[in-house]
Every structure is written in C-alpha cells, then in structure tokens.
Design a protein around this ligand. Sequence first.
Ligand code: DX5
Ligand code: ZN
Length: 505
Amino acid sequence: MTARIISLLADLYKIQDLETKEVLSGKATGLFRYKKMSPKVGDIVEYDKLPDNQIYITKIHERKNDLVRPAITNIDQAIVVMSVLEPCFNDNLLDRFLTILEFNNIDAIILFSKWDLLENVEEMEKVFKYYQSLGYRCYKVSTKQDTLDNKQISGLFKGKVSVLTGQSGVGKSSLLNYLYPNLTLKTNEISKALGRGKHTTRHVELLELSEGLVADTPGFGTMDFSGFEEIDIMHSFKEFFEYSKECKYNGCLHIKEPHCMVKTKLDSGEILQTRYTNYLQFIEECKKLRKWWLKMKVSPSILSMDFSRKEEEINKLNDTDAEYIHLDVMDGHFVSNTTFDEQFIKTIKSDKIFDTHLMIKEPLKQLHKYVPYTTYLTFHYEAETKENILEYLKNKKDDCLIGLSIKPGTDVRVLDEMLPYLDLVLVMSVEPGKGGQKFMESSLLKLEYLSNKKKVLGYKYLIEVDGGINEQTAKLVKGVGCEIVVAGSYVFSSSDYQTAIDKIR
Ligand code: DX5
Ligand code: ZN
C-alpha cells in the first residue's frame, strides 16, 4: 500500500494513504537505520499493516527533491510571500529564497503582498516585471483590494505539495484567510500547529489547504548557503546563467573577469542592480561559510590548566583563535572528582563561547544556576531519566543552548527521541572524570551516527567529542563528521597553545 508521510513527531509518522485518503499512524521499520536513511515528511512510501494493526513503513520511493530544514521532500512548488511595504520589500531576502529554491530544484511562485499600500507603483512594477521575465510566476495580492491578481491565485495549491514561506510579518495567515474565506479554521490550524517561534524548525507537517498540501515554514534552515559552492550560486541566478554562455571565460563568476556578459548587461540596465549586489554578497557568504565549516572548532578544556595561575592561563587561551572554552563541572557524585561550580564560571573573563559540561547528579534541578553564565549547557543522559529529559526539552524556557552527553558505555540510539530538541550532542571518548586519558575509538561510530541523522533529518545540534583528543585522534573524529573537539591535556601541556590548536584543526 502506498501513502504520503504528512507529519513526523518523535518517531511516529502520520501517513495518508494515496488511494483511500485515510490518515494512519505508523513507525519506520528498523531496516532504515542500517541504510542510514530515515523516511521524511513528503515521502511517498510503501507500508504494511501487521496483524496487531501496527503500521510499518517499509520502503521509500525515490525523492524528487529533499530539503534539510525544513526536513521535507517531494515539494512541487514554493510560494514565497514578500510584502512590498510594511515591512519594506526585501530584495535580498527574495533573492536568497530564490537561490535556495533553484538549488533544490523547486519552482518558485512569488506573491507580492500589500500591493494596495504602494504609493510609488512604478518602481515596484519594474521589480515585479523583472522577476516575471525570469520565468517566475508573480502575483500582486492584497487583502484590501480585490482588483489585483487575487482571483488568479485561488487555484494555486490545488493538487500540489507546496511550501509556504516568506518574510516575517507579511501576514501570510491573513492573506490566506482572505483568499480562502472558508478556511479560517485551517489557517488557524496552520499558525497554531506551526506557529512562529520555537517549534517551527522542529515540527514539519503537511496540511490540507484548498485541495492541496501545504507546509508552512518561515525559511529554509538558517537561510545561509551551507553546502553551496560559488558555482551553485551562479547557476541559481537564472539570467546570469543564461548570459554566462556569452562570457569570454568558461566558469566566469562575473566578478572581476574581463569580457563578462553579466557585467555588460548590468551596465546597460538589463540586470537589476539589486540582483547583482545580492549575488556578490551571496558569493562572499558562501566562501566564508566554507572556510568556517572546513575548520574543526576547538574547545580547550580548562580542567588541565594550572589553576594557581588561572587568570594568566585564561588570558593565554583568549589569545588563541579557539572558538569555545570548555568548562568541566564535577560534583564528586556523578564522577568522583570535584571541580568548580557556577560561582567560578562567573569569574572567567573571556569572549569565547562558554561550553559548560555538567558531570553532576540530578542536573535538571541545577541547570538554572548555570544558565546566566554560559552559552551551551550540556548534562549527562545517564544522570537523569529519559522522561524527565524529554519533558524538560519539550517545555524548555531557559535562555541557553542545551546539550546532552553520553558516556562511552551508552548506546547513542537512546538519544533518538531527544535529537530534534538538542543544540549540541557531546560524545565522551573517555570515561568522564579526569583529563589525560586514552581516546576510545568506539566513539567514532557514535559520531558518524549523529552526523548522518543530522544530515538526513535536518537537525540543528552541533556534534562534539570530549576526551583523549590530540593531533591524530582529531583527524579521526573529523573524518566522521565531528564539528567541535574538546582538548584538555593536549593544549595545556604544549608550550604554545595556538600551535597545539592549529594542529588539531
Ligand atoms: C573528562 C572531561 C574532559 C577533559 C578532557 O571528564 O570532560 O573535558 O578535560 O581532557 P583530555 O583532552 O586531556 O582528554
Ligand atoms: Zn568535558
């Protein structure tokens, strides 16, 4: 039997049978785990009903496209709502949306909303026509004026899987309500189910709207160009790509190359100046991001520093380019050693990102003490019950990024249900409690598992490893997708901290 996945919460999928339209709840078979791929919202799948009435997804059909954030596949079209006033038209954001959509092979439809508010129609008209000339379907819409293109877009969703996105504050819901007066409930549902704020990146759902399926999303991931090469940006600017056939140099990036047709068309006014400016900016962003991602991030652990010369040691760290500073809190219960608590952390003077690792019992009772003094706050899975952790994560109000850590003996899969809520996962590659131990290679499989999950499901957590990191082991963890390494003894036993950090990267 064939169905489409319409939502996913923890490991429970809601699927809609393609023939009967019946909506059912089911799970994915364990098979996918080994194939390192998970079914996603939007997937067309085969499913079986077992005698006990349990539904199991057994096969995923080939995907037409596959977005990471929101984690959704097989999208027919994206409807991008951009207001022309209040908030002002944002050409950079529109070009950003279009670039990401082109890259993912998704048709874009642009709704220029609040058109009735325009005083200077001419200028906007020019922009409108420009995007239209690129082949995008463009519509002028308004909830105040019926004469615009409102009527034409009534059938927009019919028979399609769409993502609805756009600038924040453009009034997507009121626009939908206006266009589809009978759908008040549904749009409320959209804003409720996916309402702005915390839950938007975590929960993706396809809702029925006007005979189609729609996922509402504020954007795509961080709306940056992770995973892009410069050439991808170039190909995503449709008109640049066309003109590039007449550039003198193959692979011309239209920046400083001579005899560049894009530059010629820009000078003659056939290319919008804003398009070109945005293009240059995106190329720059793309370069910077790549540099940042290629670099292994380092979090020196002060556990190994000379505490009698605390300030001097911290200053020496501040002089390095390490991104983080790792703070190991031990309480003499969860581990046998005792180190420091929030009162000590409070006194550390550094601009680095504080990465606090709590090795204490009942951490959930004490988290609040640390929140004001750290950016990342990581506690141990083993120190709490799964139920308590989930409850905390689902209702989290603390203004802090939360990580979970697992000891070498803990199976990484215990974290599955919590992954969507985490900002960081810390894999211990030594028994927690002291520095200077030998790296355990069993951590590599866990890191790889986390890295695959993150890629496939679009989770946001950073992947960090802690224990026994040196020049050699850093290479191993980098190879399996680790993004941050904690390094204590290796950094602090070296004569020059920066050199040690360089070697780890
Ligand atoms: C171990 C601590 C680590 C420790 C790592 O319990 O969590 O952060 O400082 O030290 P090295 O890098 O020496 O293994
Ligand atoms: Zn640590």
